[in-house]
Design a protein around this ligand. Structure first.
Ligand code: FES
Length: 277
Protein backbone atom coordinates (compact mmCIF):
# COMPACT_ATOMS: atom_id res chain seq x y z
CA UNK A 1 0.00 0.00 0.00
CA UNK A 2 1.69 3.18 -1.23
CA UNK A 3 1.84 6.36 0.83
CA UNK A 4 0.71 9.23 -1.39
CA UNK A 5 1.06 12.03 1.15
CA UNK A 6 2.54 12.60 4.56
CA UNK A 7 2.27 15.59 6.85
CA UNK A 8 3.43 16.19 10.41
CA UNK A 9 0.34 17.92 11.84
CA UNK A 10 1.69 18.50 15.36
CA UNK A 11 5.21 18.71 16.67
CA UNK A 12 5.97 19.68 20.21
CA UNK A 13 8.84 18.82 22.54
CA UNK A 14 9.68 15.65 20.67
CA UNK A 15 6.06 14.47 20.28
CA UNK A 16 4.90 14.12 16.68
CA UNK A 17 1.43 13.50 15.30
CA UNK A 18 1.52 12.43 11.67
CA UNK A 19 -1.11 12.21 8.94
CA UNK A 20 -0.61 9.85 6.01
CA UNK A 21 -2.79 9.02 3.03
CA UNK A 22 -2.55 5.63 1.37
CA UNK A 23 -3.73 4.06 -1.84
CA UNK A 24 -6.31 1.53 -0.61
CA UNK A 25 -9.23 1.42 -3.08
CA UNK A 26 -11.25 -1.43 -1.53
CA UNK A 27 -10.87 -0.08 1.97
CA UNK A 28 -11.88 3.41 0.85
CA UNK A 29 -15.11 2.06 -0.67
CA UNK A 30 -16.19 0.07 2.38
CA UNK A 31 -15.07 1.95 5.48
CA UNK A 32 -17.63 3.63 7.72
CA UNK A 33 -17.23 6.04 10.64
CA UNK A 34 -15.71 4.39 13.70
CA UNK A 35 -13.97 1.53 11.89
CA UNK A 36 -10.25 0.92 11.86
CA UNK A 37 -7.50 -0.81 9.91
CA UNK A 38 -4.56 -2.88 11.08
CA UNK A 39 -1.29 -2.02 9.44
CA UNK A 40 2.05 -3.79 9.20
CA UNK A 41 4.91 -1.52 8.28
CA UNK A 42 7.13 -4.40 7.23
CA UNK A 43 6.94 -8.16 6.99
CA UNK A 44 8.33 -8.82 10.47
CA UNK A 45 6.70 -5.87 12.18
CA UNK A 46 3.88 -5.91 14.71
CA UNK A 47 0.29 -5.26 13.69
CA UNK A 48 -1.06 -1.91 14.85
CA UNK A 49 -4.72 -0.81 14.77
CA UNK A 50 -5.33 2.73 13.50
CA UNK A 51 -8.63 4.52 12.99
CA UNK A 52 -9.45 5.51 9.44
CA UNK A 53 -10.00 9.23 9.71
CA UNK A 54 -11.01 10.04 6.14
CA UNK A 55 -11.63 8.12 2.95
CA UNK A 56 -12.07 9.15 -0.65
CA UNK A 57 -13.69 6.32 -2.57
CA UNK A 58 -13.44 8.16 -5.92
CA UNK A 59 -9.68 8.52 -5.58
CA UNK A 60 -9.30 5.19 -3.74
CA UNK A 61 -7.44 6.68 -0.77
CA UNK A 62 -7.70 6.51 3.01
CA UNK A 63 -6.15 8.78 5.64
CA UNK A 64 -4.67 7.67 8.95
CA UNK A 65 -3.50 9.88 11.83
CA UNK A 66 -1.23 8.59 14.58
CA UNK A 67 1.04 9.79 17.32
CA UNK A 68 4.54 8.40 17.32
CA UNK A 69 4.55 6.61 20.63
CA UNK A 70 6.15 3.16 20.34
CA UNK A 71 8.50 1.46 17.93
CA UNK A 72 5.97 0.72 15.19
CA UNK A 73 4.37 4.16 15.07
CA UNK A 74 7.86 5.69 15.07
CA UNK A 75 8.83 3.41 12.18
CA UNK A 76 5.61 4.31 10.35
CA UNK A 77 6.33 8.00 10.90
CA UNK A 78 9.79 7.57 9.39
CA UNK A 79 8.32 6.53 6.03
CA UNK A 80 7.81 9.07 3.28
CA UNK A 81 5.58 9.70 0.31
CA UNK A 82 6.16 6.94 -2.23
CA UNK A 83 7.08 4.31 0.38
CA UNK A 84 4.93 1.20 0.75
CA UNK A 85 3.41 -0.45 3.81
CA UNK A 86 3.74 -4.23 3.89
CA UNK A 87 0.03 -4.80 4.64
CA UNK A 88 -3.20 -3.03 5.52
CA UNK A 89 -6.21 -5.02 6.73
CA UNK A 90 -9.67 -3.52 7.06
CA UNK A 91 -12.15 -2.11 7.55
CA UNK A 92 -12.35 -3.80 10.96
CA UNK A 93 -14.73 -3.45 13.89
CA UNK A 94 -18.35 -2.37 13.84
CA UNK A 95 -19.09 1.10 12.52
CA UNK A 96 -20.32 3.59 15.11
CA UNK A 97 -24.10 3.45 15.35
CA UNK A 98 -25.15 6.52 13.36
CA UNK A 99 -28.71 7.76 13.83
CA UNK A 100 -30.50 10.89 14.89
CA UNK A 101 -29.96 10.85 18.67
CA UNK A 102 -30.79 14.57 18.95
CA UNK A 103 -28.04 16.44 20.78
CA UNK A 104 -24.65 14.76 20.88
CA UNK A 105 -21.44 15.73 22.65
CA UNK A 106 -18.19 14.35 21.22
CA UNK A 107 -15.13 14.41 23.44
CA UNK A 108 -11.69 13.86 21.90
CA UNK A 109 -8.44 13.84 23.85
CA UNK A 110 -4.98 13.94 22.24
CA UNK A 111 -4.85 11.88 19.07
CA UNK A 112 -8.38 10.67 19.94
CA UNK A 113 -9.52 13.93 18.31
CA UNK A 114 -8.74 12.29 14.96
CA UNK A 115 -11.12 9.46 15.83
CA UNK A 116 -14.07 11.70 16.66
CA UNK A 117 -13.84 13.56 13.33
CA UNK A 118 -15.47 10.91 11.07
CA UNK A 119 -18.10 10.24 13.75
CA UNK A 120 -18.88 13.96 14.11
CA UNK A 121 -19.31 14.26 10.34
CA UNK A 122 -21.57 11.19 10.15
CA UNK A 123 -23.69 12.21 13.15
CA UNK A 124 -24.05 15.73 11.75
CA UNK A 125 -25.18 14.31 8.42
CA UNK A 126 -27.78 12.21 10.30
CA UNK A 127 -29.31 15.42 11.69
CA UNK A 128 -27.76 15.60 15.16
CA UNK A 129 -26.77 18.81 16.92
CA UNK A 130 -23.03 18.37 17.54
CA UNK A 131 -20.99 19.83 20.38
CA UNK A 132 -17.31 18.89 20.22
CA UNK A 133 -14.90 19.17 23.13
CA UNK A 134 -11.24 18.86 22.19
CA UNK A 135 -8.43 18.36 24.67
CA UNK A 136 -4.66 18.48 24.31
CA UNK A 137 -1.64 18.89 26.57
CA UNK A 138 -0.93 22.25 24.97
CA UNK A 139 -1.70 24.38 21.94
CA UNK A 140 0.94 22.87 19.68
CA UNK A 141 -0.45 19.36 20.15
CA UNK A 142 -4.03 20.31 19.32
CA UNK A 143 -5.10 18.79 15.98
CA UNK A 144 -8.00 19.13 13.53
CA UNK A 145 -9.64 22.10 15.21
CA UNK A 146 -10.79 23.64 11.89
CA UNK A 147 -12.14 20.35 10.57
CA UNK A 148 -14.11 19.78 13.77
CA UNK A 149 -15.41 23.36 13.73
CA UNK A 150 -16.90 22.57 10.32
CA UNK A 151 -18.44 19.34 11.59
CA UNK A 152 -19.87 20.83 14.81
CA UNK A 153 -22.48 23.34 15.90
CA UNK A 154 -20.44 24.25 18.97
CA UNK A 155 -16.85 23.61 19.87
CA UNK A 156 -14.82 23.90 23.08
CA UNK A 157 -11.10 23.44 23.61
CA UNK A 158 -9.23 22.62 26.80
CA UNK A 159 -5.47 22.40 27.28
CA UNK A 160 -3.64 21.05 30.33
CA UNK A 161 -1.40 24.12 30.58
CA UNK A 162 -3.93 26.77 29.50
CA UNK A 163 -1.87 27.69 26.41
CA UNK A 164 -5.07 27.63 24.33
CA UNK A 165 -8.77 27.44 25.09
CA UNK A 166 -9.59 26.75 28.67
CA UNK A 167 -7.05 25.45 31.19
CA UNK A 168 -8.22 22.12 32.52
CA UNK A 169 -9.87 18.92 31.41
CA UNK A 170 -12.35 18.18 28.63
CA UNK A 171 -14.46 16.36 31.19
CA UNK A 172 -14.82 19.54 33.31
CA UNK A 173 -16.45 21.20 30.29
CA UNK A 174 -18.53 18.06 29.66
CA UNK A 175 -19.90 18.01 33.21
CA UNK A 176 -20.83 21.71 33.00
CA UNK A 177 -22.69 21.18 29.72
CA UNK A 178 -24.55 18.13 31.02
CA UNK A 179 -25.48 20.08 34.13
CA UNK A 180 -26.93 22.95 32.10
CA UNK A 181 -28.82 21.15 29.36
CA UNK A 182 -30.22 17.81 28.25
CA UNK A 183 -28.10 15.82 25.80
CA UNK A 184 -28.81 12.47 24.17
CA UNK A 185 -25.34 11.02 23.57
CA UNK A 186 -21.81 11.41 24.86
CA UNK A 187 -19.20 9.85 22.54
CA UNK A 188 -15.61 9.93 23.69
CA UNK A 189 -12.21 8.79 22.44
CA UNK A 190 -8.86 9.40 24.07
CA UNK A 191 -6.86 8.42 27.13
CA UNK A 192 -8.51 5.84 29.39
CA UNK A 193 -8.99 8.19 32.39
CA UNK A 194 -10.72 10.72 30.11
CA UNK A 195 -13.09 8.14 28.59
CA UNK A 196 -13.85 6.78 32.03
CA UNK A 197 -14.74 10.21 33.39
CA UNK A 198 -16.81 11.02 30.31
CA UNK A 199 -18.77 7.77 30.69
CA UNK A 200 -19.29 8.39 34.40
CA UNK A 201 -20.54 11.91 33.73
CA UNK A 202 -22.93 10.59 31.07
CA UNK A 203 -24.19 7.99 33.54
CA UNK A 204 -24.74 10.64 36.21
CA UNK A 205 -26.97 12.63 33.85
CA UNK A 206 -28.71 9.56 32.43
CA UNK A 207 -27.28 10.16 28.96
CA UNK A 208 -26.26 7.44 26.49
CA UNK A 209 -22.52 6.88 26.42
CA UNK A 210 -20.27 5.43 23.73
CA UNK A 211 -16.51 5.05 23.99
CA UNK A 212 -14.14 3.78 21.30
CA UNK A 213 -11.73 1.53 23.17
CA UNK A 214 -8.04 1.43 22.39
CA UNK A 215 -7.37 -2.08 23.71
CA UNK A 216 -4.16 -3.83 22.68
CA UNK A 217 -4.67 -5.98 19.60
CA UNK A 218 -2.75 -8.76 17.85
CA UNK A 219 -4.77 -10.43 15.09
CA UNK A 220 -7.76 -8.00 15.25
CA UNK A 221 -10.08 -10.73 13.97
CA UNK A 222 -11.36 -12.16 17.26
CA UNK A 223 -9.00 -15.11 17.51
CA UNK A 224 -6.21 -14.21 19.94
CA UNK A 225 -8.10 -12.72 22.90
CA UNK A 226 -5.56 -9.90 23.34
CA UNK A 227 -8.16 -7.12 23.10
CA UNK A 228 -10.44 -8.67 25.73
CA UNK A 229 -12.49 -6.19 27.76
CA UNK A 230 -15.26 -6.63 30.29
CA UNK A 231 -18.47 -4.72 29.61
CA UNK A 232 -21.37 -5.05 32.06
CA UNK A 233 -19.57 -8.15 33.41
CA UNK A 234 -19.38 -9.90 30.04
CA UNK A 235 -16.19 -10.68 28.13
CA UNK A 236 -16.10 -8.84 24.83
CA UNK A 237 -13.41 -8.44 22.20
CA UNK A 238 -12.71 -4.86 21.12
CA UNK A 239 -11.75 -5.87 17.59
CA UNK A 240 -14.91 -7.76 16.63
CA UNK A 241 -17.49 -6.65 19.22
CA UNK A 242 -16.30 -3.02 19.33
CA UNK A 243 -14.40 -0.79 19.21
CA UNK A 244 -17.46 1.17 20.47
CA UNK A 245 -19.04 0.11 23.77
CA UNK A 246 -21.37 1.62 26.30
CA UNK A 247 -18.80 3.34 28.51
CA UNK A 248 -21.04 3.02 31.57
CA UNK A 249 -20.41 -0.76 31.63
CA UNK A 250 -16.66 -0.91 30.90
CA UNK A 251 -14.32 -2.34 33.55
CA UNK A 252 -11.85 0.53 33.34
CA UNK A 253 -9.43 -0.87 35.96
CA UNK A 254 -8.99 -4.05 33.96
CA UNK A 255 -8.57 -2.19 30.66
CA UNK A 256 -5.93 0.11 32.19
CA UNK A 257 -3.94 -2.84 33.55
CA UNK A 258 -4.14 -4.85 30.33
CA UNK A 259 -3.01 -1.88 28.23
CA UNK A 260 0.15 -1.56 30.34
CA UNK A 261 1.00 -5.26 30.07
CA UNK A 262 3.88 -4.87 27.61
CA UNK A 263 5.21 -1.46 28.69
CA UNK A 264 8.54 -2.83 29.92
CA UNK A 265 9.14 -4.88 26.77
CA UNK A 266 8.23 -1.87 24.61
CA UNK A 267 10.71 0.35 26.47
CA UNK A 268 13.41 -2.29 26.09
CA UNK A 269 12.81 -2.66 22.34
CA UNK A 270 12.73 1.11 21.86
CA UNK A 271 16.10 1.44 23.63
CA UNK A 272 17.64 -0.96 21.13
CA UNK A 273 16.21 0.78 18.05
CA UNK A 274 18.20 3.39 16.11
CA UNK A 275 14.87 5.23 15.60
CA UNK A 276 15.02 6.32 19.26
CA UNK A 277 18.64 7.50 19.19
FE1 FES B 1 -7.21 -10.73 19.00
FE2 FES B 1 -9.12 -8.98 19.25
S1 FES B 1 -7.08 -8.61 18.74
S2 FES B 1 -9.22 -11.10 19.67
Amino acid sequence: MRIISKEVIALCAGTRIVKISLVAPELSRKVQAGQFAVIMVDEKGERVPLTIVESDSAAGNVTLIFQEAGLTTKFLGSLNTGDNLYAVLGPLGHPTQIKNYGKAILVGGGVGIAEILPVARALKKAGNHITSILGAKNKCLLILEDELKDASDLIYVATDDGSYGRKGLTTDILSELLNKDKYDLVYSVGPIPMMRKAAEAAGEYNTDSLVSLNALMVDATGMCGCCRVSVFGKVRFSCVDGPDFDGRGVDWEELGKRNKMYNEQEKHICKLSPLFK
